[in-house]
Design a protein around this ligand. Sequence first.
Ligand code: SF4
Length: 353
Amino acid sequence: MKSNLLGLFADEIVKELGTYGFEKYRGQQIAKWMYQQGVSDFNVMTNIPNAKREILIDNFEISRPTITAHQESADKKTSKYLLTFKDGAAVETVLMKQHYGNSVCVSTQVGCAMGCKFCASTLQGVTRNLTAGEIFSQVLHCNNQLMVEQSTVNTIVIMGSGEPLANYDNVLRFIRLCHESYSLNMSYRNITLSTAGIVPGIKRLAEEGIPINLAISLHAPTTEIRSSIMPINNQYDMLSVINAADHYAEKTGRRVTYEYTLIENINDNDEHASALAKLLKGRLASVNLIPVNPVPERGLLRPKKHRVVQFLQSLQAHHINATVRKEMGADIQAACGQLRKKVLEQEESACIK
Ligand code: SF4
């Protein structure tokens, strides 16, 4: 079996090639081809001598997923890809062309075990963790798409399917790899990690010395409501999550974003807004309101527009920094997990036939 180089740091590539007599600097050369140029064919690596390229072709690979489904929004600003790896595992990746640059939302697990009621990614549970290379390959895929317009990915949000802190080592490797000068040379400040609230993971992340942006999926102003829509709250109560996030903000100096999905009649009235404001008052934090993408299987409805505005205004009246997330790609089911679910269902029904 060929050894996969995608996901390795330059010094690790050198080690991997060790017995074949590659010079030390070849590690960075190969890394630049893989991570900066998005190359997966050793034949294209023209600064590597033919004989060495032969060795690479015979013994190594740069394993990339294939696109098995693709949707593009009518305004062409959002593209959603279903990427399938060698073992058949498929994940969603979303590329969003924002006014401030190109942003890619990556998945970190195949499915998700967290069971949030408003999320389609968790409906089939979790299959496996993605490796750092598999997470990176999602960014490479988007960079390849952007190459035609001589553009590139500017920011990364780790917010697709999966709980990133449940796949801690691979996610951290991915983040550090993005930052390497021979790779994407991406500032940590251009990377955002969103967690459902794995307290030990948040505390560990605070000690890593990498000032990425942290987003907490809060989605409720009280522990009772949170437990009813996010089972993880029974393991890590929201107050312990907020305390861990405070610690993160203190350590990194980064403002924490609290994601709050608005669901009709569950967490969207004025009382809820006041309780949320009370909870976050005085903290280095902001709130991102997200009108729920209806998940028909769970009977969750989106609040009316005026309710969303009222909720926002109520937070602002309490001097909480809050915005409503700009909706991108609603016409292509850009919400997490919906495309994968649709394709899985089609495959299942094809099997039955
Ligand atoms: S919202 Fe995130 S953590 Fe919750 S089930 Fe979906 S992917 Fe998992």
